[in-house]
Design a protein around this ligand. Structure first.
Ligand SMILES: C[S@@+](CC[C@H](N)C(=O)[O-])C[C@H]1O[C@@H](n2cnc3c(N)ncnc32)[C@H](O)[C@@H]1O
Length: 290
């Protein structure tokens, strides 16, 4: 197989779509053919694919070689994220969810379930730190941040970001240098930031495939779950299975934050809807519908 110029035929295209779905649940339709072609080209140019000479070799490697399987997945994820993206969720944390927990000095557990390069969990950590200071609280706060993409997890652990303040609005209450070392600022309002150790210490980064059968957490473990802008990549039936697992690990009264174009689907009777894709768990049992 020529690794630089080759065309996918329909059968191979469907085999790639199936392999992606089976490994991580990402559902790509036939309209994404050009994108699939480009990403396969990038994968095959990687030195770990040096011994792959046909599509049969590739499918065999995806099945049997964990490094190539991971690289295949990493090539197909979409990782767009921002600091304080959909900032109304951080306002909701400040104005509602965190207050009783901090006032009672309760320990707080937060799950950030598709954390990409880490901007989301660092935004959560900064919000918690700010609120903890306001309430002079002794709460212990733990954030578990997961993603399937190992390249993103490595970036997240580094916590180094370029922030263009003309494109990425930061809430007024955020004083960036309380949470980030400002490495450089350009005259055009671009900042180079590194998350401070105090922020990093609140977060544990781990790999987790949301498509896996079960999650390594206990029932009712989390006070808040962020699952934003990832459900859109799955089929509706798989979104509902993921939502059911998240429902199990969220405490009754806990909050689920979804992305702007996502919804609670068939679980609407298990959650109260606050608006802005904010949902409160209202019951403990799912009637075995998924
Ligand atoms: C568009 S980003 C969203 C990042 C962040 N939640 C936000 O809203 O800014 C989607 C993330 O979901 C991750 N992802 C895709 N499929 C996944 C899966 N099966 N399990 C866990 N994470 C997955 C991707 O690697 C990517 O980092």
């Amino acid at each position: 197989m020529n690794k630089k110029i080759f065309q996918l035929d329909t059968k191979t295209l469907h085999q790639i779509q199936d392999a992606l779905y089976e490994t991580c649940g990402i559902h790509l339709t036939d309209t994404k053919q050009t994108m699939i072609q480009n990403r396969i080209n990038v994968l095959l140019k990687d030195s770990i694919c040096a011994n792959i000479h046909s599509f049969d070799d590739l499918f065999c490697a995806i099945k049997n070689n964990p490094q190539i399987r991971q690289s295949f997945i990493n090539n197909f994820t979409t990782n767009k994220t921002d600091l304080f993206r959909e900032s109304y969720h951080f306002d909701d944390m400040l104005n509602r969810t965190l207050i009783p927990l901090l006032q009672n000095n309760e320990s707080i557990n937060i799950f950030c379930s598709a954390s990409s390069s880490g901007e989301e969990p660092y935004s959560i950590a900064a919000t918690c730190m700010y609120a903890k200071n306001i309430y002079q609280s002794h709460s212990t706060i733990k954030i578990i941040a997961t993603d399937i993409d190992t390249n993103m997890l490595n970036l997240a652990k580094k916590g180094e970001y370029t922030l263009d303040l003309r494109l990425n609005k930061i809430p007024d209450w955020v004083t960036l240098d309380n949470y980030f070392d400002i490495l450089k600022t350009t005259p055009h309002n671009t900042m180079y930031l590194r998350a401070k150790k105090s922020l990093k210490d609140m977060i544990t980064f781990r790999q987790l495939n949301l498509f896996s059968k079960s999650y390594p957490f206990s029932n009712n473990e989390f006070d808040m779950i962020f699952c934003r802008n990832v459900l859109i990549y799955f089929k509706q039936s798989d979104q509902e299975k993921i939502l059911a697992k998240l429902h199990n690990i969220l405490k009754v009264g806990g909050t689920l934050y979804l992305g702007h174009s996502e919804d609670i689907l068939g679980l609407s009777s298990q959650f109260d809807r606050l608006g802005n894709k904010i949902f409160i768990k209202n019951s403990e049992s799912l009637m075995g519908i998924f």
